[in-house]
Design a protein around this ligand. Structure first.
Ligand code: LLP
Length: 409
């Protein structure tokens, strides 16, 4: 995070708070969020695209405090489940500022959204139109998710802008969906939506998406939602997504395409998750066991499944004490019963790392807490936020009793 300093004793300070202190006080593994960093990134998106509505992708960090910070910074919220709707409600984010999407929204998802007055719902398939038409109140705003045919060139599991994946409506099928919405008195089509993928570094992909989407407009619409996916750096030396470049190219492309087609310029929506919150986070672990070439910590794929799912790479470091020992190539592995349970494969760590040491893994603010599991009956980690020397426990650590309570014998 931005508010990170290394003290003379090797301790890591984030937001003026000692990370080895957090590890001692709240236990490990522990997800830490730098609140000022998250807020600053949110403001950066707003400042780069003042004409756009920026919706925080709530799935990246479904934490009440985070939703509240985002709302306070002027962001709206994109949610994809009844659970995320309830976090929004609990965080005090009004339905007027929420948008729901999803390729298989259940009745429970829709009911939760409608009960909270979620203003916009993204239709993902022709058949869903009738479900929505039957449930929604008069005047319900809907968008249609379209497959733009833009390859974001990211990992296959998070590529969503091309045909052959499960999201959205093919361009050929769009006119029929538009007609079907028009036939429902309660539904009001306001725009089109797309999302080309996640951890996308290529600004040009968004420009292509704008051009393609405007070319698919069935007539004047007020809204174009470009989705999210803007990449975040995970290791030193990786570059930050160029938000200003994105803003300029998207703005120009939108004006040009609309002018060429004599369409009014729609309101632009974007849905960043990772680019706002990933680098505000880090995870603290305690070293449990050491073998030549391996350091095993007290977490792993239950709090960070990303290396196993996407081949994601991280840069763990030793904190809490200074070490002059030689650095040797080390695999940082987890505590779970699989050889693939890995946090980082080849990092240079001091040779004297020993049980009890604390490791910090940066860039874990997005899709870590959000994707945590209870594999091996492991209680999920706590989420703590820091700012100005102050620490707040945001999500308490799960206990084994929490887990056992659900098992009815
Ligand atoms: N909008 C829609 C419709 C989405 O499906 C997503 C993410 C976003 C916005 C936000 O994308 P972001 O800006 O955060 O990249 N678990 C994976 C990422 C899955 C993203 C799913 N959709 C990972 O850890 O890499």
């Amino acid at each position: 995070p931005e508010g990170t300093r290394v003290g003379p004793d090797g301790d890591l300070l984030v937001g003026g708070v000692s990370m080895s202190g957090v590890a001692a006080r709240f236990g490990t593994p522990c997800h830490v969020l730098d609140e000022p960093h998250a807020r600053a990134r949110a403001r950066e998106f707003r400042a780069a695209l003042p004409e756009a509505e920026v919706l925080f992708a709530g799935k990246s960090s479904p934490v009440r405090a985070v939703y509240r910070w985002m709302a306070e910074e002027g962001l709206s919220l994109d949610v994809c489940s009844a659970g995320e709707v309830e976090v929004a409600r609990a965080a005090g984010v009004p339905g007027a500022r929420v948008l729901l999407h999803g390729n298989a929204k259940t009745d429970d998802d829709l009911k939760a959204a409608l009960a909270h007055g979620v203003r916009r719902i993204v239709v993902d398939s022709p058949a869903e139109v009738d479900t929505l038409g039957a449930l929604c109140p008069a005047g319900q705003e809907v968008l249609i998710r379209v497959i733009p045919g833009v390859d974001a060139r990211t990992h296959r599991a998070i590529t969503t802008g091309v045909s052959g994946q499960k999201f959205g409506v093919a361009p050929e099928a769009l006119p029929a969906v538009v007609d079907r919405i028009a036939a429902h008195p309660n539904l009001r089509l306001v725009g089109l939506h797309c999302h080309i993928g996640s951890q996308v570094g290529r600004v040009a992909a968004y420009e292509e998406a704008v051009r393609r989407m405007v070319s698919l407009f069935p007539g004047p619409l007020t809204t174009l939602d470009l989705g999210g996916g803007f990449a975040a750096p995970y290791r030193p030396g990786e570059s930050t997504f160029d938000i200003t470049g994105l803003a300029n190219r998207v703005r120009i492309a939108l004006r040009q395409e609309c002018a060429a087609r004599r369409l009014p310029v729609p309101n632009l929506l974007i849905e960043p998750g990772r680019a706002v919150i990933a680098n505000a986070g880090l995870t603290l672990y305690r070293v449990v066991a050491v073998k030549p070439g391996f350091v095993a910590v007290d977490g792993g794929m239950s709090d960070n499944p990303r290396p196993s799912l996407y081949g994601a790479r991280y840069a763990p470091r030793l904190i809490g004490r200074a070490s002059g020992a030689r650095r040797v190539p080390t695999a940082v592995v987890g505590r779970h019963c699989e050889a693939g349970d890995l946090i980082a494969e080849d990092v240079a760590l001091p040779q004297d790392v020993h049980p009890g040491d604390v490791l910090a893994v940066p860039a874990t603010g997005a899709y870590h807490y959000a994707m945590a599991s209870n594999y091996n009956m492991t209680p999920r980690a706590a989420v703590v936020s820091v700012r100005d020397g102050q620490t707040d426990l945001r999500v308490r650590r799960e206990t084994i009793s929490d887990l056992l309570r659900r098992d009815l014998g």
